[in-house]
Design a protein around this ligand. Structure first.
Ligand code: HEC
Length: 119
């Protein structure tokens, strides 16, 4: 019964918001030390407000590697997924070395970033 309820839960339309809640928790644990979601608040890494559609290395006042500034990447879901899988493989010379090997966790984090950016 519990398993059935779990499956039903995944099929409900609000599954995306559940994933976003999960993404928020993961973001706080894995990204929040270095990244804020508020525009203008740069930590070790740039703020990630409005990251979807943003050109890589473009936040004023953030500390970027030359590799990131010159990457020519525009962040969308696919680019973020590739980056978070293995940052240094996608942007050779980046100073961000944190990766998220788990595809579901990556998807949850990206959904969270997307949701916050759209608010
Ligand atoms: C230890 C600190 C640290 C952690 C933890 C971290 N990052 Fe970063 N991140 C950075 C730094 C530093 C940069 C700038 C890299 C560069 O310029 O090469 C960066 C850059 C980025 C960028 C590119 C931003 C832009 O403006 O182009 C994205 C997207 C990003 N991080 C997402 C994440 C996500 C999502 C997480 C959590 C899964 C995360 N980061 C965890 C330090 C961190």
């Amino acid at each position: 019964m519990a398993a059935l309820l779990t499956v039903a839960g995944l099929l409900l339309p609000d599954a995306a918001s559940a994933q976003q809640a999960d993404g928020e928790r993961l973001f706080r644990q894995r990204c929040g030390t270095c990244h804020a979601m508020e525009a203008g608040q740069n930590r070790a890494g740039p703020h990630l407000s409005g990251i979807i559609g943003r050109t890589a290395g473009s936040v004023e006042g953030a500390r970027y590697s030359a590799a990131m500034r010159e990457s020519g990447v525009v962040w969308d879901r696919q680019a973020l997924d590739t980056f978070l899988t293995s940052p240094r493989q996608m942007v050779r010379g980046t100073t961000m070395t944190v990766s998220i090997p788990n595809a579901e966790q990556r998807a949850a984090i990206i959904t969270y970033l997307e949701g916050v950016g759209a608010q």
